[in-house]
Design a protein. Structure first.
Length: 218
């Protein structure tokens, strides 16, 4: 019930009710309930933002087998939220989440390898992880893989493939995917249709919370 009230699927979205049900589930020692409750505290949905509580509930969730809780713990360690920055621990939790089937964990683990954050840069591993995560429906991973094709990082430079991946990411509601796709249309605007499409994509990126997309509309 907590997830249904949070997502708004089949019933009206109500964050406070979501928190109520997640709390009840977590008090019953349900790992997924605790992981969901951690997410509510991390992003201030129905409760006051409290990263220390998010860390606590994610930890319980991860130990109980909720893979996305492990991935979110990795995020807290990577950015030093509720805990000091620790790339080694971030990597360990992303890996645990990824191995548990969480696409977000796979994508973020790939990003550490791509950007050489706490680990030696390895494009091959990054490509493998992004590809896996993108196939599992994570828009951010599709975007990252698209960037690698656009730049030719570890792959043969291929703008057509990059555009395909950015489109897949944008269709999956990745704001940055929409932004990059819009930029590709703008850079190749040989006609009015492409110019209109780039503006449409910037608007979508803006609607999804990307500030750069909003700025490019001005």
């Amino acid at each position: 019930m907590g997830y249904l009230y949070k997502s708004g699927l089949t019933i009206d979205r109500d964050y406070k009710k979501s928190v109520k049900y997640y709390t009840k589930s977590c008090e019953g020692k349900n790992a997924f309930g605790c992981a969901g409750l951690g997410h509510m505290y991390q992003y201030a949905k129905g409760v006051t933002k409290d990263v220390s509580k998010a860390f606590k509930y994610y930890t319980f969730g991860c130990k109980g087998g909720a893979s996305f809780a492990c991935s979110n713990l990795g995020l807290l360690y990577q950015y030093g939220q509720g805990t000091p920055v620790d790339y080694t621990k971030a990597m360990a939790f992303y890996k645990k989440g990824c191995e548990g089937g969480d696409a977000f964990g796979c994508s973020n683990l790939g990003l550490l390898y791509y950007q050489a954050l706490g680990v030696t840069q390895d494009y091959a591993i990054a490509i493998k992880l992004f590809t896996q995560s993108c196939k599992d429906g994570h828009g951010g991973a599709c975007t990252n893989l698209g960037v690698m094709y656009k730049k030719g990082d570890g792959l043969k430079k291929d703008d057509e493939k990059a555009m395909e991946l950015f489109t897949q990411a944008c269709d999956g509601y990745s704001a940055i995917g929409c932004l990059f796709l819009g930029k590709m249309y703008e850079d190749t605007k040989s006609n009015t249709k492409n110019a209109i499409q780039s503006k449409h994509l910037y608007q979508k990126a803006c609607n999804l919370g990307n500030k750069v997309g909003c700025e490019l509309l001005k």
